[in-house]
Design a protein around this ligand. Sequence first.
Ligand code: HEM
Length: 183
Amino acid sequence: MKGLIFTELLAMADEAVGEDRVDHVISGCPLSGGGAYSAVGNYPSSDLIALVQGFSGETGLSVADLQKAFGHWMLKYFSSSYTHFFITKRTAFELLESVEEEIHVEVKKLHQDVDLPTFESTFPSPGVMVLTYRSRRGLVDFCEGLIEATLDHYGEKGTITRDVRQLENLTVADFTITLEAVK
Ligand code: HEM
């Protein structure tokens, strides 16, 4: 997994609990390379799980809540670092649909070594999108945080429900996003 994901996770943790407690968590986690990350490096995704578990132990927040919070953090990071993907879309649904067709395609061109999830979009009725996530990593809560934050980014409100299943080594999650009716 790209180092920038780790440097951002540690930046979020620094802001939330301070550097000393972050160092304390890092020293107690079984991490590749001792917990030093460079934005351009590549590291095992097991480090991400270990760090999130470590922060959960340190803060008392659940792993699910931390993954979600990290999803919100990363969407802010992406929208300020990769503005062009966001300003060319008018709605959250347009942006979410473009993750598979455009955004992650560009990410893959830049970094051949990434292991990205796949997404499928369907629109069963007006104002409803079903986004199907498939990944060997099973970062379902992180993904939900990214989706929530995408709605926030476009100033939209809606509810998200999910149906998660395991197909051999793949985690599959159908996220149903229902926009609040505009009055
Ligand atoms: C400009 C916007 C975005 C950029 C530049 C981007 C880029 C990336 C990168 C670099 C990774 C790490 C892959 C690796 O290291 O192997 C990643 C992972 C991921 N991205 Fe995106 N992404 C963007 C938007 C989104 C959005 C809006 C979603 C939500 C639907 C999303 C869902 C995910 C998920 C869930 C992962 C974790 C990997 C997994 O679960 O298998 N991304 N993305």
